[in-house]
Design a protein around this ligand. Structure first.
Ligand code: GLC
Length: 569
């Protein structure tokens, strides 16, 4: 069986995003250009050579817009301005120009489901009377019960607690996330027009694409009917693989058919611009067939593959996910994407070091099971190497290239994620994956605030503390060091590009045996073998090791457990 990932409906050459490796920057925690303890755009600009050297094609930046930071910037108060914490519009333009000079494309994050409660629209809505056009931009409703003090329906926030907050005048407004993130009303024409205008604002500045936050949430079912269950964006601890007979219940606020009209309109807007601009959906939608509806030819270009992310360190689940992703992608003529970590998940190097490496905890604190760091690092590298050999487009989260683990002992009093507070700490939250990057092993704050490499700017304490072990992972201990995770990724990316693996096709090979923990496939010139089992796997003798996930991955002609190799003739 051969599975193709390149978009079949596109003419050649394929658009840049079809096989791009895209690096996610979480601006607060990437590099701190003004040494105030929080990352910023000048910090990003200064580190672009590092990304160019790594060999990624594009960068996706999480939000840097004006925001009270109630949800680390996913609560936008002004969509057309850079928050002073992160710099200025001029800094953005400089960054974009420098990125171009380094042959890197820039994707920005668009948050269309909700604004901040400090956005002028919401402030106007609060000040305006019930039933006013200002209120119609959001989802205001009267409550039920004798005094209207019962929320309009039973929806719960994704972050925990009620999804409705009441204003002093008695009306309630909907927020699928935090109280400070009121949901927009996508039945309102002004809302639709404004978001298109924001798209154009950034397209005109020259961005190459947008990551669409909560892309499946914009349209709510008519009448806002009650919903029986609480919904999480990341389901339970296991990836759900329903039987075809099972009905998947879709909440009335996710994946409603009407969302697709919005993306059809946006597709047209993008097509007015040159350079294959793109949209990538953050949509926690299942089954996969439903997810791939977002990347039909007249909608978005990509959607994050969370099924793959949830598959864990498990050959059977990974193999199933790869196969189904490529099949579904082929049906709609879009590339599949691959992702292992992001700013909302526990880092994969840490998840794969847990006793059950398919577990998906919502954050980890000091009282929880601690990962085996060494095992997690080894498996993390192997998983990254497997992912980079797959046809399609792959996403790296900042620090993946360093093999960075989660901070698993962050004290509660330093946590900032609203999910931690809204669940009273039941969910530890996402802060552990958002810790500032280590750049220099021996510098204060591991060089996070020392962007000029001159050693002259020690920088304020990073906004979240880094664990002591981060020094071992620091970029200056890895760049140019043979055997480091960074050099492993660099080599893999270089080989991937030169051999167009991202535009290749996948064929399961003789060694492929998921039941025994082995995933093995051919893509172009390379035979990829990943060993997630417990026994060494015999490798074909005639082949040469092109890239290996660790220096001792292969011994006695066999691949050791917890490793991946790329082999060629
Ligand atoms: C997305 C973001 C997440 C944010 C949420 C609300 O899931 O990735 O970080 O909290 O949307 O905007």
């Amino acid at each position: 069986m051969s599975l193709q990932a390149a978009p079949i409906s596109q003419t050649s050459p394929a658009p840049w995003w079809a096989d791009a490796v895209i690096y996610q920057i979480y601006p607060r925690s990437f590099a701190d250009g003004n040494a105030d303890g929080m990352g910023d755009l000048p910090g990003v600009t200064a580190r672009l050579p590092y990304l160019h050297n790594l060999g990624v094609d594009a960068v996706w930046l999480s939000p840097f817009y004006v925001s009270p930071q109630a949800d680390a910037g996913y609560d936008v108060a002004d969509y057309r301005q850079v928050d002073p914490r992160f710099g200025t519009l001029q800094d953005f333009d400089t960054m974009l120009a420098e990125a171009r000079a380094h042959n890197l494309k820039i994707i920005v994050d668009l948050v269309p489901n909700h604004t901040s409660d400090e956005h002028t629209w919401f402030q106007d809505a609060v000040a305006a009377p019930v039933g006013s056009p200002e209120r119609d931009r959001y989802i205001f409703r009267d409550g039920s019960g004798d005094n209207g003090d019962v929320p309009p329906n039973n929806w719960q926030s994704i972050f925990g607690g009620n999804a409705w907050t009441r204003l002093p005048d008695g009306q309630w407004y909907l927020h699928l996330f935090d109280t400070k993130q009121p949901d927009l009303n996508w039945n309102n024409a002004e809302v639709r027009a404004e978001m298109v205008s924001i798209l154009r604002f950034w397209l005109d500045r020259g961005v190459h694409g947008f990551r669409i936050d909560v892309a499946h949430g914009l349209v709510k079912a008519d009448g806002l009917p009650d919903w029986a269950a609480q919904t999480k964006m990341v389901e339970g601890s296991e990836r759900r693989r329903p039987n075809p007979e099972d009905t998947i219940l879709t909440p009335p606020y996710f994946d409603q058919p009407g969302v697709h009209d919005i993306y059809r309109e946006w597709n047209k807007v993008l097509s007015e611009y040159d350079g294959d601009r793109m949209l990538v959906a953050e949509a926690w939608v299942e089954p996969m067939e439903q997810l791939f509806q977002y990347v039909r030819p007249d909608e978005m270009q990509q959607a994050f593959n969370f099924d793959f992310l949830l598959a864990g360190w498990d050959a059977r689940q990974i193999a199933e996910s790869i196969e189904e992703s490529l099949e579904q992608a082929g049906r709609v003529g879009a590339p599949s994407t691959w992702v292992l970590s992001n700013h909302d998940t526990v880092r994969h190097s840490t998840r794969f070091g847990l006793q059950d490496p398919t577990r998906f905890p919502k954050g980890i604190n000091a009282t929880d099971e601690q990962p085996n760091e060494e095992l997690g690092r080894t498996r993390g590298r192997a998983a990254t190497l497997l992912m980079l050999a797959l046809p399609g487009s792959a996403y790296l989260y900042q620090g993946d290239e360093l093999g960075l683990p989660e901070h698993t002992t962050l004290p509660d009093h330093l946590r900032q994620d609203p999910a931690f507070f809204r669940t009273n700490g039941v969910e530890r939250g996402r802060d552990g994956s958002r810790v500032p990057l280590p750049w220099e092993a021996d510098a204060p704050g591991f060089g996070f605030g020392d962007y000029d490499d001159a050693g002259s700017t020690p920088g304020a304490t990073p906004w979240l503390p880094q664990p002591d072990t981060f020094g071992d992972y620091a970029a200056d201990r890895q760049v140019g060091m043979s055997g480091s995770t960074y050099e492993l990724c660099r080599r893999a990316l270089d080989y991937r590009r030169r051999n167009s693996l991202g535009q290749g096709s996948l064929t399961w090979e003789r060694q492929h045996n998921p039941e025994s923990g082995v995933v093995a496939f051919q893509n172009g010139p390379v035979l990829v073998v990943a060993n997630m089992g417990i026994e060494p796997v015999k490798l074909p003798a005639a082949l040469k090791v092109e890239v290996a996930s660790s220096s001792d991955a292969v011994g006695n002609g066999a691949l050791k457990p917890n490793n991946t190799v790329w082999l060629t003739l």
